[in-house]
Design a protein around this ligand. Structure first.
Ligand code: PDD
Length: 293
């Protein structure tokens, strides 16, 4: 079955999906994106993703191309046409096509591209054994809260992780040695005192939608304390547990940071229970949307 992409008002075969060479996303990385999980055909945390998408557009003064109902319709259409049951939707919006000039064009129209794909279930070995991360300097700009397609430092970091046999690279603020976030995931630890720690969502990190969902799960669960504060690499290496969150990785346990084993070197109980609770959260959303359809 051939995949279908949405490009500026049209549904086109994926191999032919293209934007103009003078699209500002292509020339300046002048655009934003979202990745939304699809579970049993349902869009997970759609509202959170829409709020963040609108915020990213507004922060960069890129015109919103359409209202939420139109976008919701196209997302479902892309999922339907690609027969995605479990997978991902990718949405990209750029400042549009205009003769190359760094300053904003007077009348460019926001370009909208959307794709959807199926994904395989997580690798059982990864969940059983846990992941490794490396640490690297955070060389990004001061507005990492905006989900822009300008991802070159993230790509360099992820490649470095891959070459080191690691799943992810945790980026470290050179000024104080604290971990900001992964290249495409948020970073968490569980201290020896049992506190779940993740950085406050300021301009240094992307406020992950999975991060928000997991914070809500923790707030509901009795006995789990969380605190939003930065933590150093040293603290993470000495933590009882570490894990990462994202739309694509859900909650994934980390057992090694650089050459240090975290805790006893096995996935931690908190990470496991949060992953299970997050999967329940997805199932509930799918059931709600199924019931509404
Ligand atoms: N990445 N931090 C960064 C830098 C990210 O790029 C992402 C998401 C996250 C986690 O956010 P969320 O929970 O909303 O997925 C944190 C997506 C998945 C990507 O680029 O593919």
């Amino acid at each position: 079955m051939s995949r279908i992409a949405y490009v500026n008002g049209q549904y086109v075969p994926h191999p032919e999906a293209a934007v103009h060479v003078e699209d500002r996303g292509y020339q300046f990385a002048d655009g934003v994106y979202e990745v939304i999980a699809v579970a049993r055909g349902a869009l997970i945390d759609e509202e959170g993703h829409m709020i963040r998408l609108e915020r990213s557009l507004d922060e960069l003064r890129i015109a919103r191309p359409m209202g939420r109902p139109a976008l919701a319709h196209i997302m479902r259409e892309v999922v339907r046409r690609n027969r995605v049951v479990d997978g991902l939707i990718y949405i990209q919006m750029t400042r549009g096509v205009a003769p190359r000039d760094h300053a904003f064009p007077a009348n460019a129209e926001t370009s909208v591209v959307m794709t959807a794909k199926r994904t395989k279930p997580a690798n059982p070995a990864l969940l059983r054994d846990g992941a490794k991360v490396i640490t690297i300097p955070d060389i990004r700009w001061e507005r990492c809260d905006i989900k822009t397609v300008s991802l070159l430092p993230n790509c360099l970091g992820k490649q470095q992780a891959r070459e080191a046999g690691a799943l992810e690279a945790w980026q470290v603020d050179a000024r104080d040695g604290t971990v900001t976030e992964g290249t495409s995931t948020n970073a968490w630890i569980v201290t020896k005192e049992g506190e779940v720690v993740t950085r406050k969502a300021d301009h240094a990190i992307l406020n992950g939608i999975t991060r928000i969902a997991v914070l809500e799960i923790i707030a509901r669960q009795q006995g789990l304390k969380f605190v939003e504060r930065p933590f150093t690499v040293e603290e993470a290496k000495n933590a009882r547990e570490a894990f990462l969150t994202s739309t694509t990785a859900f909650v994934t346990p980390i057992v090694r940071i650089d050459d240090a084993l975290v805790g006893d070197g096995k996935p931690g109980l908190v990470a496991k229970s949060l992953r299970e609770a997050y999967l329940v959260h997805m199932t509930e959303q799918a059931a709600e949307q199924g019931a509404a359809a």
